[in-house]
Design a protein around this ligand. Sequence first.
Ligand SMILES: Nc1ncnc2c1ncn2[C@@H]1O[C@H](COP(=O)(O)OP(=O)(O)OP(=O)(O)O)[C@@H](O)[C@H]1O
Ligand SMILES: [Mg+2]
Length: 333
Amino acid sequence: MAAIIEIKNVTKEFKVLNRREGLKGSIKDLFSRNYKTVRAVDNISMSIEQGEIVGYLGPNGAGKSTTIKMMTGVLEPTSGEILVGGNVPYKNRTRNAQEIGVVFGQRSQLWWALPLVESFRLLKDIYRISDENYESMLKLYQSLVDIEPLLHKPVRQMSLGQRTLSDILAAFLHDPKIVFLDEPTIGLDVSMKAKIRTLIHALNKEKKTTVILTTHDMGDVDALCRRIVIIDKGKMLYDNDIEHLKGFFGSYRTLKIRIDGDLEKQAEVIQKELPEFSVSSDEEWISVLVDEEKAKVLDVLSQLQKTHRIRDMQLEEISTEEVIKKIYEEGVQ
Ligand SMILES: Nc1ncnc2c1ncn2[C@@H]1O[C@H](COP(=O)(O)OP(=O)(O)OP(=O)(O)O)[C@@H](O)[C@H]1O
Ligand SMILES: [Mg+2]
């Protein structure tokens, strides 16, 4: 079967004004503009099958949103080829729009002043959704989330979480083959994040929708993605299963301990005691990422017991969060 998204050697460059400093600089800029080229996406290739959920990851400024904008037809690549559902996105924008749905976490695609149901009706007309398909989609939505309280609320009166939820429902309404989600859980609380993840998962299962997801929240990745693509400075670093990536860190274990006191401060203390390992904390645990090629977990634990009263402990494999952090810092060896 042909891939639903084919990207071949795609590069995107932006020409940006190279501003000179100070008043003198500004005056010079007025008369002779001095441009430099930023390569936001650098020779990327990938192919994505119908029904996949792909996590498109990378640090800030890596080129993720730029790639998504090229796939949705907002930007034209400087070079290379993109086919999305058989269309060249920037050339066949209208046809491409029928096949895709888009959510940018930071801004809504919905009509600000209209109640959600009115936005849905407009989308129904724009995308020529049949009455039957529209009704069945609303039924599906009702079975997945409590949409009643949202339907009659103007988007501008919604909380960020309600708005994001609405944006996602709107993006899936015309049953597109592909949905692009650019940081859909940004700024949401823990329970809304969980709700959104469950919704995306269910829609992908039910409709076999291909989902391309960018996020900085590795909880999204754990909940939704088997395959991840990592880019940095526009270049592709990794494209495979997350489990395969974790395999590179087979000698790493996360030792989690519970002790009394302010965990953040205690984690700093422990970090000084164990400079060769990375130490972090959350609301419940202090985590030490131990490379067993350097020291056995049990030795680390008994060392910690000399100076701290450990109330509970757990041993886990390296987390997605830690793997991705290591890749950003050190690259793929
Ligand atoms: N319209 C533009 N004009 C000039 N430069 C741009 C433009 N859009 C993006 N860039 C630059 O391209 C690079 C990649 O930006 P992009 O928004 O794709 O990153 P990102 O991976 O989405 O980052 P983030 O995680 O912060 O959202 C950055 O250096 C950015 O400044
Ligand atoms: Mg972005």
